[in-house]
Design a protein around this ligand. Structure first.
Ligand code: ZN
Length: 267
């Protein structure tokens, strides 16, 4: 039986792409991998796809008549915390009970063989739940809550025990999630981590089910391309980086990464 029989769900082009990707991963000097992940990888865990921090919503306006971008903005958190928190809580509710899928698991397992960094737009914490440790969650994580006034911070499994909007047990100021709301700057520490690791260089860069609309999400792919570092896109659809990557696997993250793992295990 051929090794390819272990992932027959992929079409022939994708199977051939997986073989080439794995051959690249098996080069002796291939040690550092970057996985850039977006909403699609979490969709395989049953999560709604997000657009930025929001994007749970088909309609553009909330019940309150403001756009979801305005409701989930830093300005709204300050002016009307209850309204902002209502929609933050909906994001958490969308994540609640979700487990990492095969895509998250394979990225976590690969850390046994490679130095693996994850740059994710997702705020659901599923990479951490799967066991990845080198994570740059550039938009934050809804499960980390912090006081807007003092240094109080807490990590929660979910918001079941959280009174919305929450207040600090130490100083009673408003508590917020450690996520980037609309109109807010990206966290400078995480941007520093990202540029440091990009300077250290990667041996392969994977863009996994992200739309790559944000410059800082697409840039590592462009940088790799300019340096002749192999680039891979895993995405059933086309994105801004589809035209420049070396390999495209046009299936979902769980299936595609599962196939890569099978091929690595059964060369
Ligand atoms: Zn406080």
């Amino acid at each position: 039986m051929s090794a390819r029989a272990s992932y027959p769900q992929l079409d022939e082009d994708a199977q051939a792409a997986v073989d080439r990707v794995v051959a690249n991963m098996q080069r002796p000097h291939c040690k550092r991998l970057l996985f850039i992940t977006g909403a699609g990888i979490s969709a395989d865990s049953g999560l709604p796809t997000y657009r930025g921090t929001g994007g749970l919503y088909e309609e553009t306006d909330t019940d309150e008549g403001v756009s979801i971008e305005d409701a989930l903005s830093g300005a709204m958190l300050r002016s009307n915390p209850a309204l902002c928190w209502k929609y933050i809580a909906q994001i958490e509710a969308g994540c609640r009970g979700a487990s990492p899928n095969r895509g998250h698991e394979v990225i976590a397992h690969l850390a046994d063989r490679y130095e693996v960094w994850v740059l994710t737009q997702n705020v659901d914490g599923l990479h951490r739940a799967a066991g990845s440790s080198k994570i740059i969650d550039i938009h934050g994580d809804v499960h980390t809550l912090q006081c807007t006034s003092c240094l109080y911070q807490v990590v929660v499994d979910d918001y079941a025990e959280v009174t919305i909007p929450p207040h600090c047990p130490k100083c009673e100021a408003l508590v917020r999630p450690d996520v980037v709301l609309f109109g807010e700057m990206l966290p400078s520490e995480k941007l520093k981590d990202l540029s440091r690791e990009l300077e250290n260089g990667f041996d392969m860069v994977f863009s996994v089910e992200t739309t790559s609309v944000f410059q800082y999400i697409a840039a590592p792919v462009w940088i790799a391309k300019q340096s002749a570092i192999p680039t891979v896109e895993i995405n059933p659809g086309t994105t801004e980086v589809s035209q420049i990557v070396d390999e495209r696997i046009t299936h979902g993250a769980a299936l595609s990464l599962g196939a890569i793992w099978e091929r690595l295990e059964h060369p």
